[in-house]
Design a protein around this ligand. Structure first.
Ligand SMILES: C[S@@+](CC[C@H](N)C(=O)[O-])C[C@H]1O[C@@H](n2cnc3c(N)ncnc32)[C@H](O)[C@@H]1O
Length: 185
């Protein structure tokens, strides 16, 4: 019995160290978007391209920093015909997402344990994120070096440093937190 207790303590310790380590190196914890923010992101996602004649309804959705998967799992369930992709650096949140994907049989969900700043995002037309100011600056630098015409980025709470959002929603919360949508290119 004592062996299992020790094994459990070691496992919890390793998991905590892993999360703290990636939080420090990525600059952000895997904290999920709130339900209100998720709903606003989905609203902006569904209306992307509206009135422009561009049919975005079948575009894959890419979450840049998918954390524990709380957003991408919901999206994969809500849009079974759409490809949903997540990039996540942190091992444990990535693993948990992978296990839930398997348990729920979400074949339209792919999650990479990879730095999205080093990934080829050129085919990612509809991106979502919940990062932090330095992460948004790094993302803007990456996106300005790629062909981004007609692509969209939806960001929970944090703005891109120089680009102007085409639409934003202010949540009905204490801070009136913003969710931005950018039309890139
Ligand atoms: C606040 S969580 C957001 C989770 C999810 N997108 C949501 O909205 O619920 C941000 C995640 O981004 C990850 N992250 C930060 N920079 C990253 C990078 N360059 N590549 C991959 N993941 C990154 C962090 O590890 C963290 O788990």
């Amino acid at each position: 019995m004592i062996f299992f207790d020790i094994a459990l303590v070691v496992l919890v310790l390793l998991a905590s160290i892993s999360i703290v380590w990636t939080t420090l190196s990525a600059g952000m914890s895997p904290m999920p978007s709130s339900k209100k923010a998720r709903d606003a992101m989905i609203q902006l996602l569904e209306s992307a391209g509206e009135g422009s004649g561009v049919e975005t309804g079948a575009w894959p959705v890419v979450d840049l920093g998918s954390g524990w998967g709380s957003l991408i799992i919901r999206l994969a369930i809500k849009y079974p015909k759409r490809q949903i992709v997540g990039y996540e650096l942190s091992f444990l949140p990535w693993l948990v997402t992978l296990i839930i994907r398997k348990l729920l049989g979400l074949k339209n969900l792919t999650v990479y344990r990879q730095d999205f700043l080093k990934a080829d995002l050129s085919a990612s037309s509809l991106m979502v994120c919940y990062l932090f100011p330095a992460g948004m600056a790094a993302l803007e630098t990456k996106l300005t070096t790629e062909e981004t015409t007609g692509r969209y980025l939806i960001s929970n709470n944090f703005a891109l440093p120089t680009l102007t959002a085409e639409k934003s929603i202010h949540l009905n919360d204490f801070y009136r937190s913003p969710v931005f949508r950018y039309r890139l290119g």
